[in-house]
Design a protein around this ligand. Structure first.
Ligand code: FEO
Length: 393
């Protein structure tokens, strides 16, 4: 149990928790390095505030950390977002500091009241642009809906140019002490996080990337992962990921029961790679969904491969199609390839899952049993189609 608190700058402290052994987020997202739940303490000359709290399973440690460091007076609990990995400690803090008020926007207030049963009289509701004085520090609030929940907001200490961005610009990364190490590992963790959490709201993320770039910010303090003392680094990555630019890349998630679909995937991969296209293949039986999501950030084309189970696609392919649609990547083209034994509808079920994204449909190649020469020729035609489309990117 790490009970240290760490000063970031000028009486602003990190008081959150590291959870390096956690394996899964939301019972869905793999966490190769675990994660952190960032909570911050701001000591003003007159008032003290905490920005976001801690994950419910970490509250004993969180409480011990506050007690160990003699934090005996908190006037405000600023809640940037109601999801319980950040709001989970609000009831406990209100017990420890009965005079404290929860300062947040109307949507967070409603969500916290529903999720954690906090009384209405505990809240101070703010609007976009409102300010809260802590004496020598002024916290300004920026409502930033859908980056990533409708309730999301940022908080900004004007005097110190410190911006608390909630889940935006975060990462599930635990190799740091406090500040970002700006390593390739961190790029990957931040990109995975962007893909899983923020990409479905790409247009909002783009808007707020531009907004933060236009502000005077010396520190970005997200609610997961390291603090950025060079904010431009993460903002430049976000500017790229949220842009309309796609790479000369094809992602092929596939599942194959008797290797027929595998043979199609291998033929396609070989043809595309020979043309200089970056191909990322994911066997869905052993797939890290986070790694797949990360490749969707900037790929131009997805080719989904599937065997038939009963009269429809393999459930693993259906799950992958659901994921692709839900994450809303800036995909331009897609195709479906696969093999069946006796009949059914392989492509229709998958195609109908693209209810949100509308990539351009390329040729499908679905074969009966093991592929024959003419089937491989159809894969070659599909490869040529993709190569031509990618030339125009
Ligand atoms: Fe949306 Fe980290 O919570």
């Amino acid at each position: 149990m790490d009970l240290k608190i760490r000063e970031i700058n000028n009486n602003v402290f990190y008081i959150g928790s590291k959870d390096a052994n956690r394996k899964l987020f939301d019972q869905l997202v793999p966490l190769p390095q675990g994660t952190t739940y960032n909570s911050y303490l701001i000591k003003g000359s007159e008032k003290t505030a905490i920005v976001d709290t801690d994950y419910p399973k970490k509250l004993d440690e969180y409480k011990a950390r506050l007690q160990e460091n003699n934090i005996t007076k908190v006037d405000y609990i600023i809640s940037n977002h109601a999801e319980q990995d950040h709001s989970g400690g609000i009831p406990m803090l209100l017990e420890m500091f009965p005079e404290a008020k929860v300062v947040t926007n109307a949507k967070v207030k409603e969500n916290v009241m529903n999720m954690l049963h906090v009384d209405e009289d505990k809240f101070i509701v703010i609007n976009d642009g409102d300010e809260l004085s802590l004496g020598d520090k002024t916290v300004q609030f920026i409502i930033a809906p859908f980056v990533h929940w409708p309730d999301t907001m940022f908080s900004y200490i004007k005097e110190d140019k410190m911006l608390f961005t909630c889940d935006f610009l975060g990462s599930h990364y635990t190799k740091h002490e406090l500040f970002a190490d700006y390593s390739e590992d961190l790029v990957e963790a931040a990109k995975r996080y962007y893909a899983e959490i923020i990409m479905p709201f790409r247009n909002f993320a783009k808007k707020y990337t531009d907004k933060v770039k236009g502000m005077e910010v010396d520190y970005v303090l997200p609610s997961h992962g390291p603090v950025y003392d060079k904010p431009q680094w993460i903002l430049d990555l976000y500017a790229d990921w949220t842009s309309d630019r796609v790479e000369n890349k094809v992602v092929i998630p596939y599942v194959s029961m008797y290797e027929s679909t595998t043979m199609l995937v291998e033929r396609l991969t070989k043809k595309l790679e020979a043309a200089g296209i970056d191909v990322k293949v994911f066997d869905l039986v052993h797939c890290d969904e986070g790694a797949l999501s990360m490749e969707l950030v900037d790929c131009a084309t997805v080719v989904l491969g599937s065997s038939m189970v009963l009269a429809g696609p393999h459930p693993a392919a259906v799950t992958a199609a659901y994921l692709v649609n839900a994450l809303r990547p800036k995909l331009r083209y897609y195709s479906i390839i696969g093999s069946f034994g006796w009949g059914g509808n392989l492509t229709g079920v998958i195609e109908n899952m693209f209810t949100i994204i509308k990539p351009e449909k390329l040729d499908y190649v679905v074969v009966k049993g093991q592929p024959r020469t003419e089937d491989f020729e159809k894969i070659d035609v599909l490869a040529e189609q993709i190569i031509e489309k990618h030339k125009a990117l």
